[in-house]
Design a protein around this ligand. Structure first.
Ligand code: UDP
Ligand code: MG
Length: 323
């Protein structure tokens, strides 16, 4: 079995959204490195409903390279969906996920694969630097990670989507039915024997990051809610705090009444009304958000919809040729 594992096919999943110029570059770079290292591989581009020529670039690349495959979404479903689609399509004994803008250094995939050969089932890429980013982005990312780390009880600040997973781990992830899956957290949550590989985030060569601050906030809220019911406990906590305040204020009001100075305090009444009113609204909002999520899961819609697929022409024994 060990022997078999050493020869295992590696699927590299590359989610791509408006990455036309990066496609050929990523395909050539990753494939060359893996071939050089003697790793049998396939490259799986998932076009996440791009609006530029990404799909044409994937098709062109598949025509040129037999190890390239591609699937295309009917519209943009987001990176998480693209990762899961790629994993679902992967035929390998293990699968790596990496950004196709080459911000995840491809040579690390070789290192991850070697660890997999040693028997690790989940190999996580751990960021040692965040590359060049604007400060607002860094701040937003930092806030998000401290929130999600708190919610999960695991330090996520250095986690990334750059991972290599054994077939067992891939199948475990795919068997999870939740629609709001958060790949980088779930792949740690499933456990298995885990190794880490440190990498430096590379500067982006082409185009721009697809994340606006708005999309980051949405991403943060969705994933925290997907992973934790802690915000619901905030409701209880707020209730307890307001109750304590009302006991104190109640005693104070009674004391004022019995000492005959009760007429004052109209401002207090207004302030209290506003205060309690807004806390109730916030709490209803939090509860409503979770009900919305339950509704979404209940509808059981697919995570993504495939529109097209393409596959490199495979001559007989071609896959072995890349060895
Ligand atoms: N991506 C995607 N769907 C999206 C947004 C991004 O598949 O809706 C892909 C993108 O093409 C890239 C990866 O996810 O390969 C990371 O995106 P990006 O480089 O924009 O994010 P950053 O590196 O700044 O975190
Ligand atoms: Mg990037």
């Amino acid at each position: 079995m060990d022997q078999e594992k050493r020869q295992g096919l590696l699927s590299v999943v590359l989610p791509s959204y408006n990455e036309e110029p990066s496609i050929p570059r990523a395909a050539e770079a990753v494939s060359a490195l893996l071939a050089q290292a003697g790793i049998r591989h396939e490259l799986l581009f998932v076009d996440d409903g791009s609006r530029d020529g990404t799909w044409a670039a994937v098709q062109a690349q598949a025509a040129r390279m037999p190890q390239v495959r591609g699937v295309r979404f009917s519209r943009n479903f987001g990176k998480e969906a693209a990762i899961f689609a790629g994993l679902a399509q992967a035929r390998g004994d293990c699968a790596a996920v990496m950004d196709c803008d080459l911000q995840h250094p491809p040579e690390k995939v070789v290192e991850m694969y070697r660890l997999w050969q040693e028997g690790y089932q989940v190999v996580e890429g751990v960021k040692v630097g965040r590359g060049r980013e604007n400060p607002l982005h860094t701040l937003a990312a930092r806030t998000f990670y401290s929130a999600i780390s708190g919610a999960m009880g695991v330090d996520m600040s250095k986690a990334s989507d750059f991972k290599l997973l054994d077939r067992r781990a891939v199948d475990t992830l795919l068997a999870m039915r939740e629609k709001n899956a958060f790949f980088r957290a779930l792949s740690s949550w499933i456990g298995f024997s885990t190794a880490q590989v440190e990498f430096e985030v590379q500067p982006r060569l082409e185009g721009q990051s697809k994340w606006s601050v708005r999309s980051l906030v949405r991403y943060a809220v969705t994933n925290i809610a997907a992973f934790s019911a802690a915000p619901l406990q905030i409701v209880t906590l707020l209730g307890a705090v307001v109750f304590l305040c009302s006991v104190a204020l109640g005693l104070w009001s009674l004391w004022q009444k019995f000492t005959g100075q009760a007429l004052e305090g109209f401002t207090t009444v207004i302030l209290l009304q506003l205060f309690i009113g807004s806390i109730l609204m916030v709490c209803l909002g939090i509860i409503g958000y979770y009900i919305g999520k339950i509704y979404e899961e209940l509808k059981d819609r697919p995570r993504y919809i495939l529109a097209e697929q393409c596959e490199g022409e495979k001559e007989h024994g071609q896959a072995e040729k890349t060895l």
